[in-house]
Design a binder for this molecule. Structure first.
Ligand SMILES: Cc1cc2nc3c(=O)[nH]c(=O)nc-3n(C[C@H](O)[C@H](O)[C@H](O)COP(=O)(O)OP(=O)(O)OC[C@H]3O[C@@H](n4cnc5c(N)ncnc54)[C@H](O)[C@@H]3O)c2cc1C
Length: 337
C-alpha cells in the first residue's frame, strides 16, 4: 500500500452539481471526503454551458441562475471542509491488497481511498460537433456549442441547430434579445418540454423541420449565411445568419475510466439500487449513472448522491445500520448557524 498517501473514506470524481451535493452529504455522514475536478472551476455543466440561464426545476428553489446556483452548491459542499482538487483528470484505478483504491490522475498525482463515487457527468464535456467540414472555420468565433453570455447575441441573426430541450430553451431565451432566431431540426417532432415547444411555436422564432444545415459560408470566421435542406425532399433555402448555436447533445468520453472493468451500457455506468457499480466499493451518481428510468436532471442526481454515500459508508463498515440522516436534526449543522 502506498504509505505516503493520506487515506480518504470517499473520493468523489467530478465536481459538478451532483459531485458537490454528494460531498456535502458525505461530510454530514462524517466521511473523510475528497473531490477531484478536471476543470479549473467547480459546478460542471452548469457554469460551463449555461451560467446565465434560469433553472426552475429544483425543489424549493422556484428560480435561480446557473451562476447563483453554482455559488450556493459550492458554499454547501464546503460545509464540512472536504479536500478539493482542481485541474486533475482521474484516469486510472488500482485495487490494493488492503481493498482500498489507488487513483492516478493525468498529472501523475495519486489518491488513496476506501471508496470511490464517480460523478463525472459525460466525462470531459465534449459536445457533438456539427458534421460539416467548414464548421471548424467558424468555431469559437461565430459558431458555438453553448451560450455563455446572452448579450453577445443582441441584434444578431441566430440559427440554432437541434430539437431537444436545450435548443428550444435557447430559442425562447434569445427571442427577445436577438434580431432573429431560427431553429433547424432534422426530425419532424421536437423532443423538448411541451410547454417550451408551444411557447416557441407561438413566438417569432422561425422553425424549420425536418431540415438540416448542409453548408455554411462566411469570411474570417464570421458566418454570413447557411444553406438548410429539407430532409425528405429537394427543397433548400439560404438563411442569412451571424451566429450558429449547435445543440446536438454530448459525446460520452470518460477516458480510461471506461476501462475500469465496470459494467457499462451505451457509454454510461450501470449501477444497482445502491448506486454501486459492478466493482464493489465504486459507486456512480448523476448523469453518468445508468439504471432503469434514470432521470438526467439535477434533481435526479441529488437523489443518487445520498444513496451512494450511505452505501459507501456501509461498504467501509458493513455492520453499521443503513440510516437516512436528516440535516434538520444534525447538531453540528444547527450549531454552525
Ligand atoms: C444547456 C443545458 C441546460 C440544462 N438545464 C437543466 C435544468 O434546467 N434543470 C436540470 O435539472 N438540469 C439541466 N441540465 C442538465 C444538468 O446540467 C445535468 O443533469 C447536471 O449537470 C449533471 O450533473 P453531474 O454532476 O452529474 O455532471 P456534470 O455537470 O457534467 O459534472 C461532471 C463534472 O465531472 C468532471 N469530470 C469528468 N471526468 C472527470 C475525471 N476523469 N476526473 C475529474 N473530473 C472529471 C467534469 O469536468 C465536470 O465538471 C441542463 C443541461 C444543459 C447542457
Amino acid at each position: 500500500m502506498p504509505q505516503d498517501l493520506e487515506l480518504y473514506d470517499v473520493t468523489i470524481v467530478g465536481g459538478g452539481p451532483v459531485g458537490l451535493f454528494t460531498a456535502f452529504y458525505s461530510g454530514m455522514r462524517e466521511m473523510k471526503t475528497k473531490v477531484i475536478e478536471y476543470l479549473p472551476f467547480l459546478g460542471g455543466k452548469v457554469p460551463y454551458f449555461y451560467p446565465e440561464k434560469m433553472i426552475y426545476d429544483i425543489g424549493g428553489i422556484p428560480r435561480i441562475s446557473g451562476e447563483a446556483f453554482t455559488e450556493q452548491l459550492i458554499d454547501q459542499a464546503k460545509t464540512f471542509e472536504p479536500e478539493i482538487v482542481l485541474n486533475e483528470q482521474v484516469m486510472h484505478m488500482e485495487k490494493q491488497p488492503s481493498g482500498h483504491f489507488l487513483l492516478k490522475s493525468n498529472n501523475g498525482a495519486r489518491h488513496l481511498t476506501k471508496t470511490v463515487i464517480l460523478a463525472t457527468g459525460y466525462g470531459t464535456l465534449k459536445s457533438v460537433k456539427l458534421d460539416l467540414p467548414e464548421a471548424a472555420d467558424f468555431e469559437g468565433t461565430s459558431l458555438h456549442y453553448a451560450i455563455r453570455k446572452m448579450s453577445d447575441y443582441k441584434g444578431k441573426n441566430v440559427l440554432i441547430s437541434g430539437g431537444g430541450n436545450s435548443a428550444i430553451d435557447w430559442a425562447n431565451e434569445l427571442e427577445g434579445i436577438a434580431n432573429s432566431v431560427s431553429v433547424v431540426y432534422r426530425k419532424s417532432t421536437f423532443t423538448g418540454i411541451e410547454r417550451n415547444i408551444s411557447k416557441m411555436m407561438s413566438s417569432a422564432v422561425n422553425v424549420y423541420k425536418p431540415y438540416q444545415i448542409i453548408s455554411l459560408s462566411g469570411e474570417n470566421g464570421q458566418l454570413a449565411s447557411a444553406i438548410i435542406a429539407h430532409t425528405e425532399n429537394a427543397i433548400q433555402e439560404e438563411v442569412p445568419i451571424d451566429n450558429v448555436i449547435v445543440n446536438h447533445g454530448f459525446v460520452i468520453d470518460l477516458g480510461p475510466i471506461s476501462e475500469w472493468d465496470m459494467k457499462m451500457q451505451e457509454g454510461s455506468i450501470v449501477v444497482d439500487g445502491r448506486m454501486e457499480t459492478s466493482v464493489p466499493g465504486i459507486f456512480a451518481v448523476g448523469d453518468i449513472s445508468n439504471y432503469p428510468n434514470k432521470l438526467n436532471l439535477i434533481a435526479g442526481g441529488f437523489h443518487d448522491g445520498p444513496i451512494a454515500v450511505n452505501n459507501a459508508k456501509l461498504h467501509i463498515a458493513p455492520k453499521e445500520e443503513l440510516k437516512p440522516l436528516y440535516s434538520t436534526n444534525y447538531e453540528p449543522l444547527i450549531n454552525k448557524k
